[in-house]
Design a protein around this ligand. Structure first.
Ligand code: 13P
Ligand code: SF4
Length: 355
């Protein structure tokens, strides 16, 4: 098994199609009105990730949908009664929505909106890896295909990964973790669990540079550093707060700092600026001397989501997510383990708050 050698993120393909071109100002309002009308006619709700364009994020909120991290996207899509889920994000997010809601229609603006982590973990290689370690509990990150989730015992998102690993570790279980090696290392450090790590990485977060963050920090000594745990450990080591996209937005709001150095996709700035008006957000460097970044702090697949494509799929019914029902049923067990665990955590947190 040579997974460590073959999964070099810089060698992974980037999308063949470029990001959707910005909609000219005069076309924006009529286009948004058209989408709203189509959504109402089709009982559709928009579930968007923080990394997609501000236009899509605003539209999701204006129409009763949600903008969130992967965990809340999964929970919201499951709870909401709408018959059509429009998922603005990357493919695994659409697949998770379909797996949890097989009876609903799930449409995405672009079905080729992939994720380098998902691409770095082909199901056949991963299955062989799991077969070689039958004594280990298989925990996979949400950023994986339906087939990889179907091979797993648990699916987790960055918002809950450490808690699940601590829980499994306390039960004496040893883990396989895939696909993100940086998040895996972070979870291992935080939980103390015995984890075998798949060697995938995110093309966006892998590119952040500790040296560049340190230079920025010297320039802005009062700035707080916010880091998504898909980043390299040298960058995580400089963080004031490490967490999911939702956690980083909360930190921007809660911390007293007026300036933040942010190591995650810059699409998050739209919500951060709304959550913490008047504060300053600086992109952590991924370019400059010795740079290897191909995406430079913006996910090229997230950027494929746009208003025009959204209108097109509503008009044509194209880009429907299809998941093999048998694969979906198995993957759902792994996703539901996380959702049930998250619900128990919420109950525990609420209970704790009452005392
Ligand atoms: P979150 O679950 O923290 O939103 O992360 C998803 C992701 O793809 C980050 O790159
Ligand atoms: Fe995948 Fe990275 Fe894009 Fe997130 S930012 S969707 S992990 S490629």
């Amino acid at each position: 098994m040579d997974h460590a050698a073959r999964l070099i993120p810089q060698a992974l393909p980037l999308p063949a199609r470029p990001a959707e071109a910005p909609v000219p100002q005069e076309e924006r309002a009529p286009l948004i009105e058209r989408i709203k009308r189509l959504m109402a006619e089709q009982d559709a709700v928009l579930v968007a990730h923080y990394y997609v364009s501000g236009d899509l994020q605003d539209l999701a909120e204006e129409t009763g949908g949600i903008v969130s991290d992967s965990l809340e996207m999964a929970r919201f899509g499951h709870r909401h009664p709408g018959r059509t889920l429009l998922v603005a994000g990357v493919r695994f997010m659409g697949e998770t929505a379909k797996i949890l809601n097989p009876e609903k229609r799930v449409l995405m603006p672009d079905l080729d909106a992939q994720c380098s982590l998902d691409l770095s973990c082909p199901e056949d290689d991963f299955s062989r890896f799991c077969d070689a370690h039958p004594d280990r509990t298989v925990v996979v990150y949400a950023n994986t295909s339906a087939k990889v989730k179907a091979r797993a015992d648990w699916m987790v998102t960055s918002g809950i990964a450490v808690k699940v690993a601590r829980h499994l570790h306390a039960q004496g279980e040893k883990l396989i973790w895939a696909p993100d090696r940086h998040l895996g290392h972070y979870v291992q450090q935080m939980s103390g669990a015995d984890m075998l790590l798949w060697q995938g990485a995110c093309v966006v977060h892998e590119a952040f540079k500790a040296q560049g963050v340190a230079v920025l920090k010297a320039r802005h000594p009062d700035a707080a550093v916010l880091v998504h745990p898909e980043s390299p450990r040298s960058v995580i080591a400089l963080a004031d707060v490490v967490g999911s996209t939702t956690r980083l937005i909360e930190a921007a709001k809660e911390l007293p700092a007026r300036t933040f150095i942010v190591a995650t996709d810059n699409g998050i700035f739209h919500k951060m600026k709304q959550a913490a008006p008047g504060k300053t957000f600086v992109e952590a460097p991924s370019a400059g001397t010795g740079a290897t970044c191909k995406s430079c702090a913006h996910c090229p697949w997230m950027a494929m989501n746009g208003l025009r494509q959204l209108a097109h799929v509503l008009e044509t019914g194209e880009n429907e997510i299809v998941v093999d029902p048998a694969v979906g049923a198995r993957a759902k067990l792994a996703i539901n383990r996380m959702l049930d665990f998250a619900a128990r955590q919420d109950v525990a947190i609420a209970g704790h708050g009452n005392h």
